[in-house]
Structure formats: C-alpha cells, structure tokens
Design a protein around this ligand. Structure first.
Ligand SMILES: *Cc1c(COP(=O)(O)O)cnc(C)c1O
Length: 441
C-alpha cells in the first residue's frame, strides 16, 4: 500500500489557525471524489513555467529527478564561464578589480537574498554549506551569553550533525540532539543556538521557521537555519521569521554546478557584533593593507575567509538570474503541483507495491522532493536509473524524487512513475547487478 505517515515534525506543523484544516491537496487534483487525475499534457499546457525548460540542457529522453542533489545546468552558464575565461586570459590578476571579481561574493549574495527573504546586505556567497554552518553557529554562540547548549535534531543532514558535534567539542559547549517533534520542548534556558534544516533532506518535511524562531527568541536563544533543500523551491522568509543566521547550498535547486559555493545570512542587527571563527584576509576591513592584526569588515563580508572561487561562483550567478525573474512564489507553486502529481500518480499506479510515503501529504509542509520507503529501495532505484529515471537513494531505505520546478514537466512525472511500476511488475530490480552499492548514491 502506498500509505501516508502524516507525522508532523516538531515545528513542521501548520500555524494554529490552519490546523484541523489540512487539505488533502493530492485529492484536490482529482476532478471530484475518486475522479480521474488531470492528464499530464493538460497540466503542462497550463503550466506558467513551461517555457523555462528551454533554458536547460537535459539529455534527450532522460527523466531527471535528482535536482535536489545536483541541479541541471542552465544553458547560459557556458557563456558566462567563457566570459570569465576571457577575463582571466586578457586581464590576468587585474581582473580582480577591473572585472569586478572581488565584488562577486557580495553581488551573488544580494541575488540570493531576494530568494530567501533577506536584504541584499545580509547575504554573502562563500565556502561550502558545511563551513558556513561552522562559522555562523560559532559566531552566534557568544550572543546568547552564559548559555552552553547547541540544539539540533537527529534527523538533520549528517554534515550538519558532524559539524555541530566537532564545533561543540572545540567551543566547549554541549550538543543536544532531539527527535524532530521534541524541538520546541527542548528549547530551555540553557540553549544558546537552535540549528536546524528548514526542509528535511530525507522526508522533505518543512519546519515552521517562524514558530521555532519565535520560541527560541522567547527563551533567549538564537537560530541558524540550513536552507539547502529549501532555496529555489520553497518561499523562504527569513525576514518575516526574524531568523538570526542561515546558510545554504548553491548546487541543488539553484543549479550552481557541482561543488558550487554556498552562502551565509546574518541578520543586519547582529552583523556589527559577531565574529567569524575563521578570520581570513578577505574578511578583513582592509585586505590589501596587509596589516598585522585582524580587523573585521563592517558588514556581512566579515564572514568571508579566503579567495572566492570565481569560476564556480560565476556559474551560480548566471543561474540565479532565472530564479529571480521567475520569482520564488511561482517556483513554490510549481513545486507543490509537481510533487502533488507525483504522489497522486503513485497512489494510483503503485498501490500494493510496498512503497510507503515518507513525505508529508500536505504540500504546504513539503519541500521539493518526494520520498518513499521501500525495503528494496536500493536495487529499485538502481534499476530505475538504468531505465532513464534518475532519482536517488538515501540509507537505509529511502528513495527520493526531486521535482525541480524550472525544468520538469508533468509528463516527466507520469512517465517516471510508469517506469517505476514497470520495474516492479517485471521484477527487473531483482537482477544481481543492482545489489552492489555504488560509492555515490
Ligand atoms: C546538501 C546539504 C549540505 C551540503 O553541504 P556541503 O558542505 O555543500 O557539502 C549541507 N546541509 C544540508 C541540509 C544539505 O541538504
């Protein structure tokens, strides 16, 4: 049975006034009780984002459902990369100033800001998400004076848990790891920082950023949000939530390319008093004065450390113009429809095949991918990938289908589910070649 584990996570609940009124949005897609699903072609025809797919390069016939892991490249990225190469060739070291390379972290930060509900001077593009998490949590700790606990959830992305574990040891603080439905109650007078992912990497469940942030503030703690699985498919509102810090990833729904730099947000009100634990020269007020002692930059750029990776940052920059022109509300609306359609197709075609829906059924508390548990998840996904449907697998038994709003069609969803059903009906996944785990899954 395709069943539904409607476990609202910790803060993942809807606001009080919405509770009890959870609409079964998947059912809402049907034309009346038990009615037929709308055809994929009809949904594609009515899709306001349908033209955006032409901006991307996706191999013919491939159904790409791993944009939550590595987004597809926008075509114009290659022009931008060629331009950077020309600048490098012609201007050499002078390009840092003459071609504005030195300002890129801030410029890309400003573009990112518009996608996550922040002001342009509150975000900077730099480093990886892992490193940025380290920097922001470390910086936030002294703001909660006298407190010594960092709070997170067991279900958090492993790198977040590892970074926090190491940081807690180095900063002589305690890491408190609780279940997702225990977060609000675990915020007590000892908690300095609450560090969570906005969208869960396995289930895609969305935490109530505003509610948890308010609870943290009420108790005298600060919040650091990881937006990796949210930015580009969910309308993030750091400003409305009064979030303190945030970090995120450039290569998932933002299509920045493999290993694209991440980003970091610090609310304006904190910027003058925080210090990064990694005091690199580009975070210095006058990097080219080559002073002996560290003096931080005035604003968000104090979180810079070493030289920005201009080539990969330029690729991200070129991609973000598209997200900005489409707008986060439209990205979120399409994501919800695609994921709803995926679930509805599975309900209809894959019932009785052992798939258990892990993601919330309500699209308002669900991010950009749909996850199912299946005891044979690994070989099933391996067989599916060989049949041109690229999703991914997360141990122990989750298969995930990322529904990137800019380049996926409803037709792709219908075809992907049909191929999955075929893999199950023919027993194709039982082939021994699908049993061996690859290095990257
Ligand atoms: C993808 C992801 C990361 C990635 O971290 P990197 O340092 O870029 O490898 C971190 N946290 C979360 C929640 C993620 O989803």
């Amino acid at each position: 049975m395709t069943s539904d584990r409607e476990e609202p996570r910790g803060g993942g609940k809807l606001a009080d006034d919405q509770e009890g009124a959870i609409v079964k949005t998947v059912e809402g897609m049907r034309s009346g009780a038990g009615g037929a699903l709308p055809s994929a072609d009809t949904l594609d025809r009515d899709d306001p984002l349908r033209a955006q797919r032409d901006q991307f390069s996706i191999p013919q016939g491939l159904l790409y459902f791993a944009g939550h892991s590595l987004g597809a490249p926008r075509l114009s990225v290659s022009d931008r990369l060629a331009e950077v190469e020309r600048e490098w060739r012609r201007h050499l070291v002078r390009a840092w100033g003459d071609c504005g390379w030195i300002d890129l972290p801030r410029q890309v930060g400003a573009k990112l800001a518009s996608l996550i509900g922040a002001a342009p001077d509150e975000v900077v593009c730099a480093d990886s998400t892992s490193v940025n998490l380290y920097k922001t949590v470390f910086a936030a700790l002294p703001l909660a004076k006298g407190r010594r606990v960092i709070l997170t959830e067991r279900d958090n992305f492993p790198t977040d848990l590892y970074i926090l574990e190491g940081l807690a040891r180095q900063a002589r603080t305690e890491l408190r790891v609780v279940e997702s439905d225990q977060i609000q109650t675990a915020i007590d007078g000892d908690v300095a920082v609450v560090a969570l992912s906005h969208v869960n990497y396995k289930s895609a469940a969305i935490h109530d950023m505003a509610g948890i942030t308010a609870a943290a503030h009420k108790a005298g703690a600060l919040t650091v949000w990881d937006l990796s699985h949210a930015a580009g498919c969910v309308e993030v509102k750091l400003d409305e939530a009064e979030a303190d810090f945030a970090v995120g990833c450039g290569y998932k729904y933002l299509n920045g390319g493999p290993g694209a730099p991440g980003y970091l947000f610090a609310a304006q009100r904190h910027q003058a008093v925080v210090t990064s634990p990694l005091q690199g020269w580009l975070g210095h007020a006058a990097p080219f004065a080559f002073e002996e002692d560290f003096r931080p930059q005035e604003g968000i750029e104090r979180f810079l450390c070493g030289s920005p990776p201009i080539i990969s940052m330029a690729a991200l920059d070129a991609s973000l113009d598209l997200h900005r022109s489409v707008g986060v509300a439209a990205l979120q609306a399409k994501t919800r429809k695609l994921t709803d359609y995926f679930i509805a197709q599975m309900d209809e075609a894959a019932a009785g095949m052992g798939f258990e829906l892990v993601s919330p059924r309500d699209s308002r508390i669900r991010g950009g991918h749909v996850a199912y548990r299946h005891p044979e998840g690994y070989p099933i996904m391996a067989a599916l990938i060989e049949r041109g449907v690229v999703g991914d697998f997360r141990a122990p038994d989750n298969i995930r289908f990322g529904c990137s709003p800019l380049y996926l069609r409803f037709r792709d969803v219908a075809d992907a589910v049909a191929r999955l059903v075929d893999v199950m009906e023919t027993g194709a996944w039982k082939d021994p070649k699908y049993q061996t785990r690859a290095k990257v899954t």
